[in-house]
Design a protein around this ligand. Structure first.
Ligand SMILES: Cc1cc2nc3c(=O)[nH]c(=O)nc-3n(C[C@H](O)[C@H](O)[C@H](O)COP(=O)(O)O)c2cc1C
Length: 193
């Protein structure tokens, strides 16, 4: 059975991000997929990489121990969906910390002669669902780092058959109708994923 891991990074249940998470969960579950929700705030994920983890970072025999449960959930998935708001043209710190602590050598990539090789190739579908306060032009002028992280960096370590970066820009001025249209778009994308 297809198993999806949905990584969610927002502290507030009333947020638009929470509505997007609910939409993703409902539509993927309706497909008969097994869907594992990793709600980073609700689970109290600690995003801080410790000194001991940094020192043991490269040792793939032992580096997963502090985050073994999170690594197991990542390894069990064939579909990976991230739902988060864009903060300071990047990820909320808790999500950045997830990448720092869980996307380890031997997990997300391998080092071969000092060069990065893909190691998340069991992930066949990779999706980001996000929103920005900024307009598309302002995000473009800022270099749009979260978009590049997915379309260039995470894509490289997963090599998915399907990659979708689904973003609602200009949230500060978005009408209810525009938000509803984006939710409908995300729902349709989950149906077709
Ligand atoms: C701490 C913080 C930093 C933010 N930084 C940015 C930013 O750099 N660029 C941007 O487009 N929007 C930024 N925003 C706006 C958020 O993207 C916007 O509030 C969010 O997409 C709305 O969704 P939500 O209801 O799920 O919070 C920021 C918001 C917060 C709270």
């Amino acid at each position: 059975m297809t198993r999806a891991l949905v990584v969610f990074a927002h502290p507030c249940e009333e947020s638009f991000s929470a509505a997007l998470r609910a939409c993703v969960m409902d539509r993927l579950t309706a497909r008969g997929w097994e869907v594992d929700l990793l709600d980073l705030y609700a689970e109290g994920f600690d995003p801080v990489l410790s000194a001991a983890e940094r020192r043991g970072y490269l040792d793939s025999a032992t580096n997963t121990a502090p985050v073994q449960g999170y690594v197991d959930r990542l390894r069990a998935a064939q579909v990976l969906v991230f739902v988060f708001p864009v903060w300071n043209f990047g990820f909320p710190a808790i999500l950045k910390g997830y990448f720092d602590r869980v996307f380890l050598p031997g997990v997300s990539f391998r080092l071969e002669n000092g060069l990065v090789a893909a190691n998340l190739t069991h992930i066949r579908k990779l999706v980001a669902v996000t929103s920005y306060g900024a307009t598309p032009l302002r995000a473009f002028m800022a270099g749009n780092p979260p978009r590049k992280m997915f379309t260039r960096i995470i894509r490289f370590i997963c090599r998915p058959d399907r990659l979708r970066y689904l973003a609602l820009y200009d949230m500060n001025r978005a009408t209810d109708a525009q938000r509803a249209a984006f939710l409908a778009k995300v729902g349709g994308e989950m149906d077709r994923l």
